[in-house]
Design a protein around this ligand. Sequence first.
Ligand SMILES: [Zn+2]
Length: 510
Amino acid sequence: MTFIKTLAPLALLGLSAQAQQQHPFAETATPDAALSHSDKLHVVDSEALQSKIHGKNLLARAEDLYKLAELSLHDYNHPTRVIGSAGHQATLEYIYATIQKLGSYYNISEQSFPAYSGNVFESRLVLADEVIGNASAMSLTPPTKDNEPVYGQVILVANSGCSASDYPDAVKGNIAFVERGKCGFGDKSTLAGRAGATAAVIFNNENGTLHGTMGTPNDDQIATFGISAEEAQPSLKKLKSGKKLDAIAYIDAEVKTIHTLNVVAQTARGDPDNCVVLGAHSDSVPEGPGINDDGSGTLSLLEVATHLTSFDVNNCVRFAWWAAEEEGLVGSDFYAASLSPEENQKIRLFMDYDMMGSPNFAYQIYNATNDESPVGSEELRDLYVDWYEAHDLNYTFIPFDGRSDYDGFIRAGIPAGGIATGAEGIKTKEEAKKFGGTAGDWFDPCYHQLCDDVGNVNVTAWEVNTRLIAHSVATYAKSFDGFPERKSVAASGESAYERKTKYHGEKLFI
Ligand SMILES: [Zn+2]
């Protein structure tokens, strides 16, 4: 039984008709798809595929996507495409409908999997008499007891609160105060809960606010906040000098187990034993509509998939839209881990496209090397390098540290890499010289916020990167000549990559 039961909601919105008007090429998609029945298509040519990518068409799709995010207004009071929301369901239907319109060129499949869906309705943290303005309830946090405020003393936890012995007896019935670092936020919350704390406050150990996710929820976890180092400072000072500190913590939230799904479209043409696989994530965080993160990658893939139908391919191409990325790379992990050894071997490489048009962008390439990651990752990295250089565009390398959907593929022994344009990182002066934009600001000042809307996307960067995505697809769809053969995956224990990414660089998933 198919999870996507009906396309009616899109039709009701009038989006399909509007999409036809807004995308002039949508008219040509049908004849292209019809052509796929014949053998008259030419094998894909990178320049020809790239020339079909235009920013205005991407932008028109972004406007469609924002309207879908608004379907969540009823439940969330703001637009979002978080898993479990009407906005996300409509996003899945939009992806499905767009591919379906391309006719028999693609075979579409869906993979359903369980995931946690959280919603924080209200939260407040008071330390001494001070309301902590930027206190942030962690994603997937449980509520405080009975969804009511809890009162208690703030108890400083030793070290980083990553082992049970760090929690003094006094934590029982009180509020644990834990420094960020060394283990996941969910781990700290679990240990605080087991020690009897009624809430946990995790304070940042570097500049900036702190928002994270609990990861996989469990029954021991307790209501958990993140606060900045600056906000923690007065409390830390008091606690370290032996003074007592009262607090009120309140989180009204719910965590549900839901089923959501990955959507996968594979060309009917091309060698099915040698596949180019690429992905973006279909979901957003609960806080906003996620038009850059990762509406941009989602729509880039749809645009490239649409225009690929004008060509033949020698190798199969598989487009994937992962769900529940923001809950911890759940969909892509589930997919990669569920591949049989035979299916695993058919994937020659995986390319990740998450955040393609950050407003204060840099052209970032994941620094994936063959020393730390499966052989072939570095060749993919160099394909991006060569393309930016050929177009006289600057680029930077960024850590390949497990913050997006390539993670499950690397762990499954599949070469991977990708490009991005920056999340909450701060643009340096040097980068501002290379890319323009504002030094000292985040690459995406609306990262994981309500303002990640249509106006938040830099269309130039998005178009450039979508052409690069087209190039990556065209190159490998045509030939894997010079690209390393897949090695069989031996269970060889922890790899250098896994050691490096144990806590996903301890940052949020982008
Ligand atoms: Zn993302």
